[in-house]
Design a protein around this ligand. Structure first.
Ligand code: GLA
Length: 413
């Protein structure tokens, strides 16, 4: 029987996973009590991470993306205080922050708490508009999302914090506003020029669906991906590149430059996504070859993402998967964001019976590969990627299977 109404749509996997998550959240509450002591009810929230299946490096170019949430993410345990003090701690990061609710920092500290503090600043503006002073609380963060793997731990923290505080303070902000708060916190306070995909992917996620998000105008829709028939695997190379952030920023700059050079030849274009492939081809000789390759990836990926959406809508999952695998080839050869560990995983996965497509997810330069496969092909995929990866790199990648999860929610035991 398909448990459509449940949080987890795969009955066999889901029940175990739901129990695992429940146990982990209850442990998190125990850690909260050990850290902060005291009494009074402690509320718990879970905020997922995300994987993106199509639309690689398109969000900051105004293109479409197709992410889904996963049931690994951020845990938040929160208890209001009556003295107006705020204490933030984490089971995953060193250092804690104590402050007065009425005296929020004006500058980031370059520490992990910049993300929740950014959210606090944004929400205090909402709170002020509603005539409610910001109230104090103790908040312990934790979770089971690998940091730096490209699964969007920062959006998971920001949207989760926005939801927990909105509910605690009775602001009742709709999901889309929580997404905007998270985005403003990351861009405005933390100072990361991130694209819009991650907070939308986390905040608007629905079980058994991919989110279709057009990053030019923010329009979005849910596309069904039947978890009874298909599974999403995430294989982590465990490669973490120090230079990943600067290499990502460089891609953002190169795309902006390619757009600046092509825009005069494309009337009405407001972002790189609006440039037509014919325009790029006609002007290729005048462009720096590197910029031309970056632009070519973006323009072809836009076309691939629309083709993938059409395939999904007509139930052609093999067609959808084929676009994923093409996307990886382009990320490797035109966008230069792959590494041998990612290529090895993709090659091993696509050679496996029942695998529909595979590509790197997130920014690249290490991190994870996402694989779309038919239910039942999991053991074969696991064996293949572990053998191929082990033979080449002498160690094992971690591989996990997901059915697509909901957005952030309160956990009530
Ligand atoms: C990172 C960014 C996203 C997106 C992807 C590439 O994960 O956080 O906004 O740009 O890279 O698709």
């Amino acid at each position: 029987m398909l448990a459509r109404a449940g949080r987890y749509a795969l009955p066999a996997v889901s029940e175990t996973r739901r129990l695992e998550l429940e146990r982990a959240l209850l442990e998190h509450r125990a850690l909260f009590l050990r850290r902060f002591g005291g009494d009074g009810p402690v509320r718990l929230w879970f905020s997922p991470g995300r994987v993106n299946l199509m639309g690689a490096h398109l969000d900051y170019n105004g293109g479409p993306v197709m992410p889904t949430a996963i049931d690994r993410g951020t845990f938040l345990a929160l208890r209001p205080r009556s003295d107006g003090r705020i204490q933030l701690a984490s089971t995953l990061e060193l250092g804690e922050l104590e402050l007065e609710a009425g005296d929020l920092p004006l500058q980031p500290a370059r520490r992990w708490w910049d993300y929740p503090v950014g959210v606090l600043r944004e929400l205090s503006a909402h709170s002020g508009r509603l005539g409610r002073p910001v109230a104090g609380f103790d908040l312990l963060f934790g979770g089971n999302l690998p940091v730096g793997a490209g699964l969007s731990s920062s959006a998971s923290i920001c949207v989760g914090t926005a939801l927990a505080l909105s509910e605690t303070w009775g602001l009742c902000l709709p999901r889309l506003e929580l997404v905007q708060v998270a985005l403003a916190a990351e861009r405005g306070f933390v100072g990361v020029q991130c694209g819009i995909m991650d907070p939308y992917a986390v905040g608007l996620a629905r079980a058994g669906s991919l989110l279709w998000l057009d990053c030019k105008d923010g329009s979005n829709a849910w596309m069904p991906l039947d978890p009874e028939l298909h599974t999403i695997a995430v294989a982590d190379t465990l490669v973490r590149r120090e230079l990943a952030q600067s290499a990502f920023n460089e891609r953002v700059r190169q795309c902006a430059q390619a757009f600046a050079e092509l825009a005069p030849h494309q009337p009405g274009a407001t972002c790189l996504r609006d440039i037509r492939l014919e325009t790029l081809e006609a002007r290729r000789g005048e462009l720096d070859p590197l910029l031309a390759r970056r632009a070519e990836h973006v323009l072809r990926e836009v076309a691939r993402t629309f083709a993938a959406r059409d395939a999904l809508l007509r139930g052609d999952l093999a067609g959808f998967g084929a676009q994923m695998t093409r996307a990886h080839a382009s990320l490797r050869t035109l966008f230069d964001v792959s590494v041998p560990e990612l290529d090895t995983l993709v090659d091993a996965a696509v050679g496996c019976e029942g695998v529909l497509g595979a590509r790197l997810t997130g920014a690249g330069f290490g991190g994870c590969v996402v694989v779309l496969l038919r239910r039942g092909a999991e053991p074969e995929l696991l064996a293949r990627v572990q053998n191929a990866f082990g033979a080449r790199f002498g160690r094992a990648p971690t591989v996990e299977f997901f059915g697509g999860d909901e957005g952030p929610r309160e956990f009530r035991p």
